[in-house]
Structures are given as structure tokens and as C-alpha cells.
Design a protein around this ligand. Structure first.
Ligand code: FNR
Length: 383
């Protein structure tokens, strides 16, 4: 990890080490990938205001998100199949996040189960919920998250049907992984690291295996999952979850002001302005372009989190300037995990926190609360 200076270095290393079908599962987006690209492009277009002679010697990136003290406003987003970027990936990523003083979100579609991650990590983590058709299973899953002392429940709203990702079809992605000739050839060109991922004990959906009625056959889980995403979901379901979950509730996948207002009214403690990292509605606007209006509309009622395209500390700074309390990172930490396991995630968080710290200094900020719209280069020009 010594020679790694930025997240792109981690990406290139992960590309060399992780089996192609899993690397591309993480790296790519849905359909034409317009929204995936827009997430990055629109962030990079936001120019920052350089300030001088403001005494920025003593700085801190510490902040509080949903009542939790964090070393920086950079949180790990929920990502499915994380244990296929590296064996036991969820356990390792959670440990790296906690050791760095920040928070980790476990996906419903994780490889390691809630119980396995909780057993390996004494501090509470966040749990992300997909609301599936089988509400008994969802009720049980919420109870498992409560028993594991998860400190927040993040309900994902933008995946009631799955957006197609061409690469996953072309690569023959399956869970657990089934080896086709093309995949075997790919893995033969990779370091032993790639084989280890496939030989790990946990190779399927850890939260589902053994918990879904009549589904002992691991091979049939993929079909079960595909048939379980629920297009009938409505705000009533969110009210039902609000009643079930006494702790902090976050709604993820909000891009529209009307939706944001309803989420706040139902009593969500936080929302994530997100388009699922450009993996769902291709053609949707970038999440950074949606952030300021949503933050203006409901930022005083509920905490605004943000994700989509965040690869640098400068990106985190941009999101905070436009009204986010914290930024979630998906691919950035997955690249770290694929590149170097726990050490790779630690490096990712360290690199990004330092980039944020230096950006704060060069823009004249010493605390996270100093970061507001006045740090943007075009501040005042539009008013
Ligand atoms: C995701 N995302 C996601 N979101 C969610 O709520 N549940 C999930 O299981 C997953 N799975 C998932 C897998 C992979 C490989 C990726 C890249 C993303 C979306 C994720 O939480 C987040 O919204 C995006 O990753 C943010 O964009 P960036 O940071 O990846 O650009």
C-alpha cells in the first residue's frame, strides 16, 4: 500500500487482482452508463474558492452524523457481494472503517451475514434493508439487525426492479460464482489472490442462506432474490418500517424534492441523495446536481447524506459545501478492498481524509462546520 497515493491507484490494483466478473460488477453501471458518468463529471465541474492568510494551522475533520461522532464525514456505503472483492470483505471493511473512526453500512445482499460481521466487530454498524416481497423475512431481518445492535437502518428506495448492467450479463455473473471457460481464463492470468476469493467458505448471500423458507439449495437463491424485489412498494411500507425500527432510520435513493419532503414527514432521521451510483435509472441526473435543492428544502428537518461519484476528499468537500452532512463512498472503498483487503480500505479512508484536510486548509476552513456554500468559486455570482 506504500506507493498508493490516490483512489485511482487502488482501482488499477484491484483490476489486476480481482476476478473480472466481480471487478466489473463493482466498476460499471446500468445501460449506457450516462448517469454513472454524470456523477463524476458534475462533481469535477464544481470549482472551489481558494482563500489565503486565514490561519488554518489547527484543523479537524471530525463531525457528528446521526448522533455518532466520526473522525471524518466519509462513510462506507452499502454494497452487495462485497465478500467477492475479497474473502470476508464485509468483516474487513467494517473493521477498517471502525478503526479509522468512521461508520460502515452492511448491505442486505452481503456475503458475510449480519451475525458474522457483528461477531467480528464489537462496535455497532449500520444495516441497509431492501424491502422484499416476503414481509415475514423482512420482519425477521429487522429483528436480526436489532439483535446485532445496528445503530441505524438504511432503507433503499431506488431498487424495486433492477436496472440492467450489461457487463454482468456478458460476464455470466452468478452468486455463488459458477466458473465458465472465459472466467477461468481470466483468473488464470491473475495472482493467487483471485483464486482465494473463489475458494472462501462464504460465497453466497449470507443474510439469506438458511433464513429463507424452502431455500436450502444455494443455487436457487439467485432466482429467489430476483423475484423478491418488490415494485408494489409504497410510502405505507416505509411507515410500517418506521413503526418496527425504534432507532435511527435513513432513506436511501432520493433524487426528488417531493420524495424528500415525504421522507422527512414520515420521520426519517436522514436521507441519502443518491442514484445508486448510476446502477439503476440510467438517464437520471447526477446526484450532486440534485443535492442543493433537496438540502434547501428539508436540510433543517432531517440529515442529508450524499453519494455518487465520490473518489476524492475534494469531492467530499464539494458535497458538504452543497448541503450534505456526510458523503458515502461505494466503489472507492471496494477498490481498496480488492487491492489490499483491510489495509486497502484503511488506505482508501486515509487518503481521502487527508485530501479533505488539505482541501479545507487551502480553502480557508478549519472545521467541518466551516464548509458551506461560501467555499465555492461561484459563491455570490448567482444571487
Ligand atoms: C451498490 N449500491 C448498493 N446500494 C444499496 O443500497 N444496497 C446494495 O446492496 C448496493 N449494492 C451495490 C453494489 C456495488 C458493487 C456498488 C458499486 C454499489 C449503491 C451504493 O450504496 C452507493 O449508492 C453507490 O456506490 C455510490 O456511488 P459510488 O461511490 O460507487 O460512485
Amino acid at each position: 500500500m506504500k506507493d498508493i497515493t490516490c483512489v485511482e491507484d487502488l482501482r488499477l490494483l484491484a483490476k489486476r487482482r480481482v476476478p473480472r466478473m466481480f471487478f466489473e460488477y463493482a466498476d460499471h453501471g446500468s445501460y449506457t452508463e450516462d448517469t454513472l458518468r454524470a456523477n463524476r463529471d458534475d462533481l469535477q465541474k464544481i470549482k472551489l474558492r481558494q482563500r489565503v492568510f486565514l490561519d488554518v494551522d489547527k484543523r479537524s475533520t471530525e463531525t457528528t452524523v446521526l448522533g455518532e461522532k466520526l473522525s471524518s464525514p466519509i462513510i462506507l456505503a452499502p454494497t452487495g457481494l462485497t465478500g467477492m472483492q475479497h474473502a470476508d470483505g464485509e468483516i474487513l471493511a467494517c473493521r477498517a472503517a471502525h478503526n479509522a473512526g468512521t461508520q460502515f453500512t452492511l448491505s442486505t445482499m452481503s456475503i458475510c451475514s449480519i451475525e458474522a460481521v457483528a461477531a467480528a466487530n464489537p462496535k455497532p454498524f449500520w444495516f441497509q434493508l431492501y424491502v422484499m416481497r416476503d414481509r415475514d423475512f423482512i420482519k425477521a431481518l429487522i429483528k436480526r439487525a436489532l439483535d446485532a445492535k445496528c445503530s441505524a437502518l438504511m432503507v433503499t428506495a431506488d431498487l424495486v426492479v433492477t436496472g440492467q448492467r450489461h457487463r454482468d450479463i456478458k460476464n455470466g455473473l452468478t452468486v455463488p460464482p459458477q466458473m465458465k471457460i472465459a472466467n477461468l481464463i481470466d483468473i488464470a492470468t491473475k495472482p493467487a489472490w483471485a483464486w482465494k476469493i473463489l475458494q472462501t467458505k462464504n460465497r453466497s448471500f449470507g443474510n439469506l442462506v438458511g433464513h429463507v423458507k424452502g431455500m436450502d439449495d444455494v443455487g436457487s437463491l439467485g432466482h429467489w432474490v430476483a423475484s423478491q424485489f418488490d415494485p408494489t412498494l409504497s410510502w405505507k411500507d416505509l411507515e410500517w418500517i418506521r413503526d418496527q425500527w425504534p432507532g435511527k432510520l435513513i432513506l436511501k435513493g432520493i433524487l426528488d424534492i417531493e420524495d424528500a419532503r415525504i421522507a422527512a414527514k414520515i420521520g426519517c432521521d436522514g436521507i441519502v441523495v443518491s442514484n445508486h451510483g448510476g446502477r439503476q435509472l440510467d438517464g437520471a441526473p447526477s446526484s450532486i446536481s440534485a443535492l442543493p435543492r433537496i438540502a434547501d428544502a428539508i436540510g433543517s428537518e432531517t440529515e442529508i447524506l450524499f453519494d455518487g461519484g465520490v473518489r476524492t476528499g475534494q469531492d467530499v468537500f464539494r458535497a458538504l459545501a452543497l448541503g450534505a452532512k456526510a458523503a458515502l463512498i461505494g466503489r472507492a472503498f471496494l477498490y481498496g478492498l480488492g487491492a489490499g483487503g483491510e489495509a486497502g480500505v484503511t488506505t482508501c479512508l486515509d487518503v481521502m481524509r487527508k485530501e479533505l484536510d488539505i482541501t479545507m486548509a487551502l480553502a480557508g476552513c478549519t472545521t467541518i462546520s466551516d464548509i458551506g456554500p461560501q467555499v465555492l468559486a461561484d459563491y455570490g455570482r448567482n444571487s
